[in-house]
Design a protein around this ligand. Structure first.
Ligand SMILES: Cc1cc2nc3c(=O)[nH]c(=O)nc-3n(C[C@H](O)[C@H](O)[C@H](O)COP(=O)(O)O)c2cc1C
Length: 314
């Protein structure tokens, strides 16, 4: 009877896991009961496996519970009920390419970095590990190759991008366009585009892209268009609402007060939650369902600008 109860409880709780983190906890407890039953019966391999299951389930419950407690997910039932949004899902890796011109050495605080911090906060409960690469602190040589020789620090950054599931381009608006550092990254990533043109395959395939933009008054949508154009041509996937922008007044702000302002402003906080949820959803979806890169490849086998305008070359 005891064994039957434990196994039935396991099945029922497992089936109901999506409804509440409490079912994950109940599943862990029933696995532990199953383990006790196994050992009592002398079936120690069964008992051992059940004990491991109990520990794994307990960890999953802990992650789910922390997510609910942190608040950012209790507002969204989808976050709990969809397997790609499960806080206990596989860990994802996000890299922010920060294009501020303010160096860390000078101690200037960057508005764009601060907005990235808000997005990172919303990533955490989904089990996303993230890193901000402050481009201005690196020596990124001009050019269109992956390695431009001695002193070039781009190869190290490129390695991080290739290992990432999510790549976020974060930029201030400079006279209506993205910063020169973001433009340099686009030029350096061109080497990946050459590879794509030759092979039809992209190292950026199955990665998702996002954007973080700050400015004073205008230009964000223009930048979203520029960056999106580059990313989709290079085989990346852009989920719906994958960008966040804040345009406004920063007078007298400190990093802490600005972050607090971002957290408390309804529109900004909501943009960040939607963006992170969609990025996580598509990153896990693509991890489990890679885009086929056979025959025709991941992207058009023509350079940007060749379509239509240069049809005479075909
Ligand atoms: C030279 C200069 C040009 C700027 N151009 C624009 C602009 O075209 N549109 C806009 O909304 N903000 C513009 N800004 C404001 C910056 O984009 C804004 O302060 C941004 O948040 C700075 O980000 P950071 O602190 O991360 O570098 C400009 C600022 C400077 C100093």
């Amino acid at each position: 009877m005891f064994g039957l109860f434990a196994v039935t409880a396991m099945l029922v709780c497992y089936a109901l896991e999506a409804r509440s983190h409490l079912f994950v906890l109940a599943f862990a407890i029933s696995c532990a009961l199953g383990s006790v039953y196994g050992f009592l019966q002398g079936a120690w391999p069964f008992g051992g496996v059940e004990a491991i299951w109990a520990m794994v389930a307990l960890r999953r419950w802990n992650l789910r519970y922390s997510a609910v407690k942190s608040g950012s997910h209790s507002r969204s039932s989808l976050a709990i009920s969809n397997k790609f949004l499960d806080p206990a899902g596989p860990e994802l890796n996000a890299v922010f390419l920060l294009g501020t011109l303010k160096t860390r050495k000078k101690g200037d605080f960057s508005h764009t970095e601060t907005l990235c911090e808000l997005v990172r906060e919303d990533f955490r409960p989904y089990n996303v590990k993230s890193e901000i690469v402050r481009l201005v602190d690196y020596d990124i040589k001009p050019g269109v190759e992956s390695d431009m020789g001695p002193g070039d620090e781009w190869p190290g950054i490129l390695k991080k991008l290739i290992a990432a599931d999510i790549i976020v381009f974060a930029t201030p608006i400079w006279w209506g366009i993205q910063s020169s550092l973001i433009q340099r990254v686009i030029e350096r990533m061109d080497a990946l585009n050459d590879e794509l043109l030759e092979t039809g395959k992209s190292e950026l395939a199955n990665k998702v892209g996002g954007m973080v933009i700050t400015g004073a008054e205008d230009g964000a949508e223009h930048i979203i268009g520029n960056v999106a154009n580059f990313l989709i041509w290079n085989g990346m996937t852009l989920p719906p609402a994958c960008s966040i922008s804040f345009l406004g007044d920063y007078t007298g702000a400190t990093k802490e007060s600005l972050l607090e302002k971002f957290r408390s402003q309804k529109a900004t906080a909501s943009m960040s939650r939607t963006m992170t949820r969609n990025l996580v959803f598509f990153a896990r979806l693509l991890r489990e369902n890679n885009i086929p890169q056979d025959t025709e490849g991941i992207s058009q086998n023509v350079a940007p600008g060749a379509v239509g305008m240069r049809g005479d070359r075909a």
